[in-house]
Design a protein around this ligand. Structure first.
Ligand SMILES: N[C@@H](CCC(=O)N[C@@H](CS)C(=O)NCC(=O)O)C(=O)O
Length: 381
């Protein structure tokens, strides 16, 4: 299997587009929509963009079984969701220009970094957007005008609704507290410093051509950290090369990336990311998987002296299982090198999964939320 988080590219048929172009349903301020759009632009895959309202969000959720954005409606009426799975699928369907390393060890780390970027930078991205006055005022107004434009209520009520919902789901329920906030902010600052060191020496994270790892870091860096007032001011002052990389990746076209070779090794400068993955991310993924296997709704763990209590994520258990499959597919020498690079994190990848996580289904069920848990729409308590 090629992807870290593969959801069968499936789902119900709906009306199809006549000119053969796919439609990306999403929001121009959304993390994963920005990640997917960057990938399609660099790859040179034409698409039409449709700004979602709440009806379009529900319609896409019914088609794929997951209420999330972005979702792609193909010209033949089939749907695709999950950016990691979409990228893996499109690397197969549209081989050139390849945006996935050919060398298996380098590809494994590109996929691991993609998953880490996608999932571990989510909390700091949401914290900066919804914890700071200026950011929350701006972004709640934008969502009230865009996504909630079909809700028949006055603007100020729509704005209050989204503000309360995001602060409840993405701050309170995701473990953002006075005690955890310093750790969340330190993750952003440390990530900027580590990226700045890498990107002041080369164009993209693993070399001169973008790969999955770049897109995994792009969602947060593009749509939140370089755009929302508070983290963007920090980025400009602290990490100008990260700012430049955001623009470089967004501007890159197939003919630009084709000139550079795919990365063929794991650069030593990525060590700070690998250390975070080994010390923080993989232990969290293992705790999440164990909690899911126990039937718990929350995962509790201690990290850097701080106690965390966050909702269990079946989706992330699925991601861990996919990473293990990738790791197991590495042959002798490559697997030894991967273990050398990951140190103490290796045992989590070398262990058998506790659980097979069923993917979402679209037929006859309430769509799931972005973590694949519960009936979406009912916030988890
Ligand atoms: N793993 C998914 C994640 C997609 C996702 O979480 N999207 C966010 C917006 S960027 C979302 O749909 N949130 C829905 C909500 O807030 O309920 C992917 O890679 O596409």
């Amino acid at each position: 299997m090629h992807s870290t988080c593969h959801i069968p590219a499936m789902a119900q048929q709906t009306a199809s587009s006549a000119d053969g172009t796919m439609t990306v349903h999403g929001l121009t301020l959304s993390y994963f929509t920005g990640k997917l759009e960057a990938y399609l632009r660099v790859k040179g895959i034409p698409y039409r963009f449709a700004e979602m309202d709440t009806a379009a969000f529900r319609r896409a959720g019914r088609a794929t079984g997951v209420l999330q954005m972005p979702q792609i409606e193909m010209a033949d009426g089939t749907w695709l969701t999950d950016t990691t799975a979409i990228m893996a699928e499109f690397e197969r369907r549209f081989p050139a220009p390849a945006l996935s390393p050919a060398d298996p060890l380098t590809r494994f780390f590109s996929l691991l970094l993609e998953d880490y970027g996608d999932e571990w930078l989510w909390r700091p991205a949401l914290h900066y957007r919804w914890s700071f006055d200026e950011d929350m005022a701006l972004m709640s107004a934008q969502i009230a005008r865009s996504m909630l434009r079909d809700v028949k209520l006055p603007f100020w009520i729509r704005r209050q609704m989204i503000l309360r919902r995001q602060r409840r789901v993405y701050l309170a329920q995701d473990g953002v507290t006075k005690e955890t906030a310093p750790q969340i902010e330190a993750l952003y600052l440390d990530t900027l410093d580590a990226m700045e060191a890498v990107l002041s020496k080369r164009s993209f994270l693993m070399g001169e051509r973008p790969v999955e790892a770049d897109f995994g870091f792009f969602g947060s860096m593009f749509r939140h950290f370089s755009s929302d007032p508070t983290p963007a001011a920090i980025m400009r002052a602290r990490a100008p090369h990260v700012h430049l990389w955001v623009a470089r990746l967004w501007a890159a076209r197939p003919e630009d990336v084709e000139r550079a070779a795919l990365p063929g090794h794991v650069p030593g400068a990525l060590a700070p990311f690998l250390a975070r993955i080994a010390q923080d991310y993989l232990p969290y993924l293992a705790a999440n998987e164990a909690a899911l296997a126990d039937g718990a709704r929350h995962v509790r763990y201690v990290q850097g002296g701080v106690a965390w209590n966050v909702p269990v994520s079946p989706y992330r258990a699925h991601c861990l299982a996919a990473l293990r499959t990738q790791y197991a597919s590495l042959e002798g020498e490559a697997r030894k090198k991967a273990a050398g690079l990951l140190g103490e994190g290796t045992c989590i990848l070398a262990t058998a999964s506790l659980h097979t996580v069923p993917g979402p289904h679209s037929a006859g069920r309430q769509p799931l939320d972005r973590h694949w848990s519960g009936a979406a729409g009912e916030d988890r308590k």
